[in-house]
Write a protein that binds this ligand. Structure first.
Ligand code: G3H
Ligand code: 13P
Ligand code: ZN
Length: 306
């Protein structure tokens, strides 16, 4: 059923586990993720970035999600990283998403608070849940010095004031992850002490972005299939578990699904060069997405919680 993420995240908050939020932009990704959610009896968040909406159109994506949500597991439909205020407002007014993220992380604190507050007021009138972001999600390795790094990560001292000023329902935090397949030069490093301080400062569910792990088995298989992702590296399962233990309740994953989809596609296209039927290479891509999402649901602790 299509639901607000409010209850699923409140349950996760109480139970110290996390709900997986997976980026979608086509039919096969939705089907692959939903198959995993059904098999694992897990609540799930399907989310569209501004880029996904540009690519496929919100009406198409929403229609696919609405059919998918007929499954017997709770499904939330979320706008990921709404940076353009006009677009976020128009998505709220359209009312197809059950939640939106307003990403004001590039703005200074007062402007981020003000803009987020205005979005929250509009969204709450329509019973739409709002995720906000404080701090900038970029990799620890992106910064030359510790002080430069700390200036970009979420400041625990600002958290209570930001949540109070904005009235946001969930908060995305910057603790050292980054988007994409190249997060760390060496092994993964998250600022878990900072996360615990943030958790102590607020009761709203916390969101971890940039959480793909680039699992070794998948990376090897992808390289074998011809992808040049030798330097890719993500957040280790150990760090994900520690982040959940420290209070993360929503975990965003896109990159690992992209790697899975592309890997299976490359394999299928290379194996049968006579094939011209898209279903013959899209079905294995969809299946590999299911495998990856099932692993995430078990890791995040949301398996069995539907
Ligand atoms: O957070 C970013 C997501 O991976 C979406 O990426 O903007 O390329 O669709 P995208
Ligand atoms: P990854 O690039 O690590 O999958 O992160 C996705 C994300 O945070 C979407 O908002
Ligand atoms: Zn993100």
């Amino acid at each position: 059923m299509l639901v607000s993420p409010k209850k699923m995240l409140a349950d996760a908050h109480r139970g110290w586990y996390a709900i997986g939020a997976f980026n979608i932009n086509n039919l096969e990704l939705v089907q692959g993720i939903m198959e995993a959610a059904i098999m694992e009896k897990s609540p799930v968040i399907l989310q569209t970035s501004e880029g996904a909406i540009d690519y496929a159109g919100i009406e198409f994506l929403s229609a696919i999600v609405r059919v998918a949500a007929k499954a017997k597991v709770p499904v939330a439909f979320h706008l990921d990283h709404g940076k353009n205020e006009r677009l976020v407002r128009s998505m709220i007014k359209l009312g197809l998403h059950t939640s939106v993220m307003f990403d004001g992380s590039s703005l200074p604190f007062p402007q981020n608070s003000r803009a987020t507050r205005a979005i929250v007021q509009l969204a709450h009138r329509r019973r739409i849940f709002v995720e906000a972001e404080l701090g900038a999600i970029a990799g620890i390795e992106d910064f030359v010095s510790v002080s430069e790094r700390d200036a970009h990560l979420t400041s625990p001292k600002q958290v209570a004031e930001f949540v109070k000023r904005t009235g946001c329902d969930a908060l995305a935090v910057a603790i050292g992850t980054s988007h994409g397949a190249y997060k760390f030069k060496e092994s993964s490093r998250l600022d878990l002490k900072r996360l615990r301080e943030i958790k102590d400062a607020t009761n709203v569910p916390l969101v971890l972005h940039g959480a793909s792990g680039v699992p070794l088995w998948l990376k090897r298989r992808s390289i074998n299939a011809g992808s040049h992702i030798e330097d890719a590296s993500g957040v280790s399962d150990e760090h994900i578990k520690k982040a959940i233990k420290a209070g993360i309740n929503k975990i965003n994953v896109d990159t690992d699904l992209r790697i899975a989809f592309t890997t299976a596609l490359r394999e299928a296209l290379a194996t049968d060069t006579k094939n011209i039927d898209p279903r013959k290479y899209l079905a294995p891509a969809r299946d590999l997405v299911t495998k990856v999402v099932r692993e995430k649901m078990r890791l995040f602790g949301c398996a069995g919680k539907a």
